[in-house]
Ligand binder design. Structure first.
Ligand SMILES: [Zn+2]
Length: 124
């Protein structure tokens, strides 16, 4: 999954509408959305190199930061919620949002926020 596909999957997951602009400039894929505080953000990914990160830009100021898709979503929309679950190879308990494995020995009932993505852990 490319960084563009990942950021759009995360936006879909949260029900956030976004605009895409992949055609006007074939070197970059752009995804643009609005956060709750009415700021517009665009996430631009190099379409050629398939890097695991892109550039998040606040359109009003033009300030930008290189970050991974999940970080861009957290930075603009807040950390959201996650569940802790056994991974597919049954070797670890992971965050279902970012796949971060909880260190062995972790007392799961005491984990209230994912140590990696910062999402609030909720029970089913
Ligand atoms: Zn996480």
């Amino acid at each position: 999954m490319t960084a563009t596909e990942e950021v759009r999957r995360l936006l879909d997951e949260r029900g956030v509408e976004y605009k895409t602009d992949d055609t006007s400039d074939s070197w970059y894929e752009r995804t643009t959305w609005r956060s709750e505080n009415n700021l517009w953000w665009t996430y631009e990914v190099d379409a050629i190199e398939e890097l695991p990160y892109g550039t998040l830009t606040l359109l009003d100021t033009g300030s930008n930061n290189s970050m991974r898709p999940a970080q861009a979503i957290t930075a603009t929309l807040g950390p959201g919620e996650c569940h802790l679950e056994i991974n597919t190879s049954m070797t670890a308990v992971v965050c279902d949002r970012c796949n971060y494995p909880m260190p062995s020995g972790t007392v799961l009932t005491e984990v209230h926020f994912c140590p990696n993505c910062g999402a609030r852990v909720v029970e089913e």
